[in-house]
Each structure stands twice: as structure tokens, then as C-alpha cells.
Design a protein around this ligand. Structure first.
Ligand code: DX5
Ligand code: ZN
Length: 217
């Protein structure tokens, strides 16, 4: 069974708590929150205050995706009672091992994201420390982009490595996920599927979440 993490990047920010309530109603597993700084990626979204504003407004755990430079300077801003994962980008961390330990020392599960051009091998010496690996299936920065097929190879490779080495990180995918490709992504070994526009673009958001869960369950 795979899990669904709708990304609020495609939500109506003017009524964020209500939009999160809709995905919770449909049975989502996490709220995926895309933090962008206008430097690591071209877009700017939100920071810690917005994340903290929805604490207690939902029962869902938070999956925080930091698309920012120098994440080590900001990580504490995103630690809340509902923060389950904090995910940093491999490409944004000169001292990746240290950043992973920083997240774990704060009592949060640590994840690392790989851009489409970044190989799985770049994580070889930290994989055993990780709780999650996020495979980007688009170039980060925007919702509504097309799925990059090579992400499927990365999922299969990560799944094989964790079985061979008896590791326990979960595999997450982010970008261009929809109802058509969700079953194949799950079959490749993915545990958590992020979907932004495919969830929040629906007329009936809870129904769309249920449609995803029917495929992933
Ligand atoms: C992209 C973000 C994604 C985004 C996905 O940089 O990390 O989480 O919301 O959007 P869709 O699902 O529309 O591709
Ligand atoms: Zn994301």
C-alpha cells in the first residue's frame, strides 16, 4: 500500500486550512508543503510562519520539502508537533551528512531530494542515515509539469538497494503524478506519491483523493 501526500502548492492559499481539511476528508496521508526561496528554484512560496499557522487545523502529518539554499539556517523554523519529514535537496547541501544529522537531532525524520539530473549514487554514503529519499520527477519550482520517465528507473534502483542492504528509508516521488501513472509508480516500489495539481485542480478534491487511494491502497 502506497500513501498520498497532496502538495498545497496548487491549493488556494487564501483558504489554506479549508483546502487541507478537504484532503483530510478524502483520506490523504500527509500534507506536502513546498518551501521555495527564489534562489534554489525560481519561485517563492512560503516559510515557517505559514507552516505553523496550520498546526492544529488538521490531524495530518506534515511533509516539508525545502527547495531552498542553505537549508541548515532554516530547518528549525519547520519543526512543529506535526512535522514528520523535513526533506532537503542534495544539490543545496555542501555538508549533506551534517544537515541530515541536524534534522534528526531535532526529532524529525530526515529526507533528501534528488533533482532529475542527480544520480542515486550521490547518496551512497548517507543512505543508511535516511528516513526518506525523494525522487523529483520534474525540475523543482512549479506545479503542473510533465512527469520525467527516468524517475521510474531511480525508484526501481532505490528499491533494489534498500532490499540488498536491508535499509529502511521510504521512497517518495514528486512531480507530474496523476491518476494515470500512479499505479505504475507504486509498482516500481514507491511508498509516498506527492500530487499537487492532480489533487487541488479537481472540482471535488475529497473525491479525487479517494480516487488516488483506490489506486494506491
Ligand atoms: C514542484 C513541487 C511539487 C509540486 C508538484 O517543485 O515540489 O511538490 O507541487 O506539482 P504537480 O503534482 O502539479 O506536478
Ligand atoms: Zn514538493
Amino acid at each position: 500500500m502506497a500513501k498520498l501526500a497532496p502538495s498545497i502548492l496548487s491549493a488556494d492559499f487564501s483558504r489554506l486550512a479549508d483546502q487541507i481539511a478537504l484532503i483530510e476528508l478524502g483520506g490523504a496521508d500527509y500534507v506536502h508543503m513546498d518551501v521555495m526561496d527564489g534562489a534554489f528554484v525560481p519561485n517563492i512560496t512560503f516559510g515557517g510562519p505559514v507552516v505553523k499557522s496550520v498546526v492544529g487545523k488538521t490531524g495530518l502529518p506534515f511533509d516539508i520539502h525545502l527547495m531552498i539554499e542553505h537549508p541548515e539556517q532554516r530547518i528549525p523554523d519547520f519543526v512543529t508537533p506535526q512535522t514528520e519529514f523535513i526533506v532537503v535537496h542534495q544539490e543545496a547541501c555542501t555538508h549533506l551528512h551534517r544537515v541530515i544529522q541536524q534534522i534528526k537531532d531535532l526529532g524529525v525524520k530526515a529526507g533528501v531530494a534528488l533533482n532529475p539530473a542527480t544520480p542515486v549514487s550521490s547518496l551512497e554514503y548517507v543512505l543508511s542515515d535516511l528516513d526518506l529519499v525523494l525522487v523529483m520527477s520534474v525540475n523543482p519550482g512549479f506545479g503542473g509539469q510533465k512527469f520525467i520517465p527516468s524517475a521510474m528507473d531511480k525508484i526501481r534502483l532505490l528499491d533494489r538497494i534498500r532490499r540488498e542492504k536491508d535499509l529502511h528509508f521510504v521512497i517518495e516521488i514528486d512531480g507530474g503524478v496523476n491518476l494515470k501513472n500512479a499505479a505504475d509508480i507504486k509498482a516500481a516500489g514507491c511508498d509516498i506519491l506527492v500530487a499537487g495539481s492532480a489533487v487541488f485542480g479537481a472540482d471535488d478534491i475529497p473525491a479525487r483523493v479517494r480516487d488516488f487511494q483506490a489506486v494506491l491502497g
